[in-house]
Design a binder for this molecule. Structure first.
Ligand code: F6P
Length: 344
């Protein structure tokens, strides 16, 4: 029976433990694999004693609804050390050999998948990937687990901001995560009834945002809710220098000085806590899909959801394109049709 290692890479996302549980239940519980969990991404393999744990079905009880990851994760676990240190990939390979690990299941986003592809190309490692990110920016899968939990968190925040904004006749701005993609802001903005949705794919103009606020006031709605993706930029700029929400607040205040404008930055609340049901389901399906890829010898592939069905895609192909919101997308049209302003 094979000995397989499993690790998480990059930022955490709700559903990581559900993937681990699925791989353990199926791979170790039903197929008889020995499954070794590697701690803190690839970092657990660099030094002796290796930081690893035996993952048995009994040891992994109660994981389905638990947030975070029992294995730990980091976005400073690049064995090729692009951050300026030395290349530790040979030590990693040695660690795998010492532990008798024949193949790896790597749960991660595009950064981790790039590292995995490099390990495959340079060291011939056997790796199967599982896509993860709250940002939903991987083009090779219909959706990533963790995304819906983040959207629900942001939608709940909008619901809460709605009542206080209405009580005080304020303009409340919510900044959400998403890196360079506006998926969380777009989905939560529609679901939470935001008046303005500001996303990186549609550069914003202060005048348009202010016009929307004024139109609402003229229509007897003296408050407004604005959701801003962290990567959003004003027209004419290409790179978001951070503080995207604060910049929108400042721009509104400059044009409407008499308004009370407040900012909430949702931050890591979007990544913490229990995964919602759809993420538990997706994580479980992708975990089982990864085990099936290993069993079929389809190394170098990543489990994914394609047109609603679990499938596999070559990691090499999966990292080619970053998925951003298409401004002509049906979702953007739906938002505009229901009165949402994008600021551009
Ligand atoms: O990629 C997931 C994500 O949460 C992004 O939405 C965000 O930009 C980034 O990670 C935050 O990273 P960190 O937790 O390292 O601050």
């Amino acid at each position: 029976m094979p000995t397989i290692g499993i690790l998480c890479g990059g930022g955490d996302a709700p559903g990581l433990n559900a993937v681990i549980r699925a791989v353990v239940k199926y791979g170790a519980g039903q197929l008889g694999w020995r499954l070794i969990g590697i701690q803190d991404s690839f970092n657990g393999l660099f030094e002796v004693p290796y930081r690893v744990m035996d993952l048995t079905p009994v040891a992994c009880r109660g994981l389905l609804q638990r947030g975070g990851t029992i294995l730990g994760t980091t976005n400073h676990g690049d064995p090729f050390n692009r951050e300026g240190g030395h290349d530790k990939s040979a030590a990693l390979v040695q660690g795998l050999d010492m532990l008798g690990i024949e193949g790896l299941i790597v749960i991660g986003g595009d950064g981790t998948m790039r590292i995995s592809q490099q390990l495959i190309d340079l060291h011939g490692l056997k790796i199967v990937g599982v896509p993860k990110t709250i940002d939903n920016d991987l083009s090779a899968t219909d959706v990533t687990f963790g995304f819906q939990s983040a959207v629900d968190c942001a939608t709940d925040a909008l619901d809460r901001l709605h009542t206080t904004a209405a009580s005080h006749d304020r303009v409340l701005v919510l900044e959400v995560m998403g890196r360079d993609a506006g998926w969380i802001a777009l989905h939560a903005g529609i679901s939470g009834g935001a008046d303005v949705v500001v996303i990186p794919e549609i550069p914003w103009e202060a005048a348009r945002i202010v016009r929307k606020i004024e139109e609402r006031r003229a229509n007897g709605r003296p408050f407004s809710l604005i959701i801003v993706a962290e990567g959003a930029v004003p027209t004419g700029e290409r790179v978001a220098p951070g503080k995207a929400g604060q910049r929108v607040v400042d721009a509104i205040e400059a044009l409407l000085p008499a308004s009370e404008v407040r900012l909430t930055v949702l931050g890591h609340l979007q990544r913490g806590g229990s995964p919602v049901a759809i993420d538990r389901l997706l994580a479980t399906r992708l975990g089982v899909g990864a085990v099936d890829l290993v069993e079929a010898g389809r190394w170098g592939e990543m489990s994914c959801l394609k047109n609603g069905k679990v499938d596999g895609v070559r990691i090499k192909d999966a990292i080619q394109t970053y998925r951003r919101v298409d401004p002509e997308d049906e979702l953007v049209r739906t938002a505009r049709a229901t009165g949402i302003e994008f600021g551009g």
